[in-house]
Design a protein around this ligand. Sequence first.
Ligand code: HEC
Ligand code: HEC
Length: 194
Amino acid sequence: MVAFAAVAAMAEVVKIQLPLETAVYKAAPGVQLANGQCLTCHSADYAGMQPPKPRDFWKAEVDKMREKYGAPIPVDESEDLAAYFARNYGTETLERESTNAASPGVAMLPAAIDARALALKSGCLNCHGVDTKVVGPSYKDVAAKYRGKPDGQDRVAHQITRGGSGQWGQIPMPPFPQLAATELKALTQWILSQ
Ligand code: HEC
Ligand code: HEC
């Protein structure tokens, strides 16, 4: 809490900008509740730093926030919050529906990452079409550009984590440093296979 207090004090003079992804909880069913109850005292990083734990752990965690730290969380919301955190930051996964963009299991199961759903969830498809140029190039064009080039994987992965401009035009792509290595790999392979 010391670090938090220092940040809060600094916030009066400096506008603190949290990286987008850690400013809020992962988009999935139940996220409004989590954002409403679990961001008043600390960032979403606190949940992200926990190793995967079952629902019981998250239930106890929510109760601890209420009982030990005075979080004003209604008792009847504990179960829903525990379920959200167990699914998105814990060991539980929902039945994966490949058509469901927010499928919370995606990040937890490296072997079964649905790259298209991940691209949708991460906002990639706001700027890229598979077949059509939007703000950025179509993924078919990206795949064509790197076809037969051994450094394709590295170049694409680099672009995703670091962002940047100048390869397709002057509009910059924002960086996505928060993607897990497995997610980055899945996205890269999916794009290059278009
Ligand atoms: C009233 C303030 C408050 C609210 C609201 C709050 N927390 Fe916390 N949380 C704390 C404090 C204080 C700590 C201990 C921080 C420290 O050690 O720096 C903490 C720590 C944590 C930790 C780290 C592990 C631990 O037990 O110390 C997790 C995970 C966590 N909170 C999750 C949540 C979740 C999930 C919610 C919403 C259900 C939530 N918090 C809401 C105050 C709060
Ligand atoms: C705000 C719009 C925007 C978002 C969101 C976005 N991109 Fe981009 N992307 C761009 C632009 C613009 C370019 C072209 C950059 C350039 O000219 O160098 C680009 C380029 C690329 C390239 C081509 C790299 C190369 O080496 O030619 C890949 C691959 C890519 N984006 C993947 C992604 C992925 C994956 C995501 C989601 C994690 C994503 N983009 C999200 C706008 C975006």
